[in-house]
Write a protein that binds this ligand. Sequence first.
Ligand SMILES: *Cc1c(COP(=O)(O)O)cnc(C)c1O
Length: 385
Amino acid sequence: MAPRHRAWAEVDLDAFRSNLQETAKMAGAAEVWPVLKANAYGHGAKETARICEEEGIARIGVGDSGEALELRGHGIATPLLVLGTVIDSELPDMLSHGIEVGVHSELRARELGALAANSGSTLGVHLKIDTGMARLGVRPEAALRVAQTIAESTALNLRGVMTHFSSASAGKTASGQQALFVSVLGEIRDAGIEIPSVHCASSASIFSEGDFIGDAVRPGISLFGILPPGVAEVAHLRPVLSLRAQVVFLKDLPAGAPVGYGGKWTSHRPTRLATLPIGYNDGVPYRLGAQGRGSALIRGTRCPIVGAVSMDYCTVDVGHVPGTELGDVATLIGRDGVEEIRAEEVANAAGTIPYEVTCSLGARVHRVFRGGEAGSSIRPREPVA
Ligand SMILES: *Cc1c(COP(=O)(O)O)cnc(C)c1O
């Protein structure tokens, strides 16, 4: 029987739970605060947040107020932190729902303090220090003053001091940033301000030996079974995502037939073409279509994606896969028999990073969740239907 969906993403919640546990082992005594921004990097925020709650996670990081409110709407009660910043119009909701935010300037600290005081509530904040990323955060020389402003406000509650490293992997930049961060922490403490939680490490630092970890870590990508480029695999992480589509059309092609927009690929022998109802709107990078850079697995065999990837469809050469039928499952990310395509491979082929690959899964792609029962990560997995 043909699969139920045109294109779907299987999200293995047992693998997610197991990666969470592996990441926690690497973090030692530090708390693990999973980062589930961008719909958990495309995997599904509410489902992964539920696993986090079952695992007793103390705090979850999100990207903006909308993501925080969505999790609250789904009954997630774990403290939430908007990692980057919020804009003015997001502030009232943060106050009324008790969602913590990062503070990256003196102005924002004063503004938040006044707003919170007016509404008679207190707001948990994390002071964000810019140690070299330059994107957001208080410059180190201004950090103490902002920390004092927060400490003096009766309506603000300093929950943590944080920074974010600009190098995805350990090395000179990260160690320079780490040293700067540690010296700013010292200044704040010397002024008599208590810091409940120091946090700076994303997946790269957690999995790089010798990196400064602090009281809590903020892993994102490792929870999905992917390590940032250049970080050695020192723990067993399991890919969480598989991306699949069914074959909706098969066509025999003569030699010399151009395929797809712009005729960018031409068959050099008589072959068979399978059309998959999944395109760049669904998360298959456009650049995979150039001259067989990308692959799909059909019947456990690698098949090159040929011709330009279009918005809704892509085409693969199945001339070497006997017996291909309509309704066959094509795997664009994931395992089929002994063959596997990892998100890292797709990213390399498309000239991007694995983060972008999983975040690009489109809204039309059905999410099919597997596993997730408490303790189920140690049970053998059911075979994929
Ligand atoms: C996204 C993000 C993280 C998680 O980074 P990974 O590389 O996915 O582990 C941590 N901290 C902040 C501030 C982030 O924006």
